[in-house]
Write a protein that binds this ligand. Structure first.
Ligand code: FES
Length: 477
């Protein structure tokens, strides 16, 4: 099902690339990060083009809950502990500057995108922990304070409140930002070598190349696959639910999120690592909670989102790899794509234009210390787990046991394959090895998709690519 943003905003279609072109800067990906970067570079006088495999904002941008905030959950105490106060402050101020830049841009350009100033809260059940988090965030210069009362329909120990944050309609904003830009839609970047991008529509030659395509698909150099995974989460749009007066997220595992948009309430939750939802039931969980907290509400839409998570929880924004000084990357935004996209646009513009940026160090993709390396090892462990599973496990399910409208990993004619069975019993077998790096895919019953636990590539039930880092459809099994 489409998100409420997609249903309420049509963005004009653009032509695909036809033939070979040259540009000063080529941005791969026309989501929020790519378009903001292209816009900032264009305004700085750099001739910039954008390549998009599908349509503008057809990736994760259309599935966000669109909270513009530096309140990113209970992170600031952890950041101070892990990267030190100076870099934690860089992270905080980069995101606060992003909130402010949205506010200024939307006012200056009179962008009609339902922009509303709101407080952002993280709620929890441990008052002392919340107070300590508020203190840590405040010590970094953030507008944070502890509040005991919340507007939520269940008891809590309170919340950390960030004042002067905001929310908007992301596609109405993007529609405005994209208008003056040269965007080639339905143009997939297939290969990138030095200053050349081979696409489905022709060759692009660019002095600088920005990878803003959610998950970087060039494996070497950079090795982003070894230090990033993806997480999924689910959203219901409810009408006739009570208002929650702000934007909310819970602390800890299994937490829920809340925000209003016009008369609707967006209830989010059910998060899990991509490829680890064999039992399903995430939308059902949200429906159960909606019934309990907002008994008079009615669901009018549901959708899901996917986020890239870096090894240390901080985005990778900057040079792609030491050996490619003209490549840049913006990825690993976790659940905080709105401010991270704006922060990355400002940072990449400054890097490319040779300007100082006060927040460059904390986001540098080549940062490594002992703690980060531990995280990287954990990412690698997950990948190995996926590969090992493919090699040694025997599928428990058989095609005959898969109910109509579902999928599973089975032995079919002696071969291990993924099978989707239609409601009327037709079988669609696919090669269950992920074309990215060969991990075994898992069936996601909530989305009826094949999802990869290693780096988060997804394919629809017939094997067509939904999102990378894989770049091709599944082979038929
Ligand atoms: Fe990397 Fe599947 S996404 S192996």
């Amino acid at each position: 099902m489409e998100s409420i943003w997609t249903e309420s905003c049509l963005i004009k279609e653009r032509e695909p690339l036809k033939g070979n072109i040259e540009a000063e800067i080529a941005v791969i990906g026309a989501g929020l990060a790519g378009l903001l970067a292209a816009s900032a570079l264009q305004k700085a006088g750099r001739r910039t083009i954008v390549l998009e495999a599908n349509r503008i904002a057809s990736g994760q941008t259309r599935n966000t809950t669109a909270k513009i905030t530096s309140q990113h959950g209970m992170i600031y105490r952890r950041l101070i502990d892990t990267v030190g106060k100076s870099k934690a402050r860089q992270y905080a101020m980069a995101n606060e500057a992003a909130v402010e830049t949205y506010r200024r841009l939307i006012a200056e350009e009179n962008i009609d995108c339902s922009f509303k100033e709101r407080s952002a809260f993280v709620y929890g059940n441990d008052g002392k922990e919340l107070e300590a988090e508020a203190e840590a965030a405040s010590s970094l210069g953030l507008p944070a304070s502890f509040v005991r009362e919340t507007a939520l329909p269940f008891p809590t120990a309170g919340a950390v409140r960030f004042a002067h944050q905001a929310q908007f309609h992301p596609l109405q904003f993007i529609d405005h930002i994209a208008r003056p830009l040269t965007v080639y839609e339905n143009t997939s970047a297939l290969r990138v070598e030095d200053d050349q991008i081979e696409t489905t529509g022709g060759q692009v030659r660019a002095k600088q190349i920005v990878f803003a395509c959610h998950y970087p698909f060039v494996n070497f150099p950079g090795m982003y696959f070894a230090r990033m995974h993806q997480e999924r989460s689910y959203v219901l749009a409810l009408e006739s639910a009570s208002r929650v007066d702000g934007m909310w997220i819970g602390s800890g595992e299994g937490a829920f999120s809340f925000r209003n948009y016009k008369d609707l309430l967006l209830l989010g939750g059910g998060g899990h690592r991509c490829g680890e939802n064999r039992a399903g039931g995430k939308y059902e969980l949200l429906r159960k909670m909606a019934k309990s907290w907002f008994p008079d509400s009615r669901e009018i839409a549901h959708w899901s989102a996917q986020d890239c998570v870096s090894a240390d929880g901080i985005p990778y924004i900057g040079r792609y790899a030491e050996s490619r000084p003209n490549w840049y990357v913006a990825t690993g935004f976790h659940k905080w794509g709105m401010t991270s996209a704006m922060a990355s646009a400002m940072l990449l513009r400054d890097l490319i234009c040779g300007r100082e940026n006060p927040y460059a160090d904390v986001f540098a993709p080549d940062r490594f210390d002992a703690k980060t390396l531990t995280g990287i090892a954990a990412e690698g462990g997950q990948a190995v787990k996926g590969l090992a599973k493919e090699l040694f496990q025997i599928p428990a399910e058989r095609a005959a046991e898969i109910p109509g409208g579902h999928g599973g990993v089975v032995l079919l004619h002696g071969e291990k394959v993924g099978v989707y069975k239609t409601e009327d019993g037709r079988l669609y077998p696919v090669d269950i090895r992920c074309p990215h790096l060969g991990c075994q895919l898992e069936w996601n019953p909530d989305e009826r998709s094949w999802d990869c636990p290693c780096h988060g590539s997804r394919f629809d039930r017939f094997g067509h690519l939904i999102s990378g880092p894989a770049q091709e459809d599944l082979a038929h099994g």
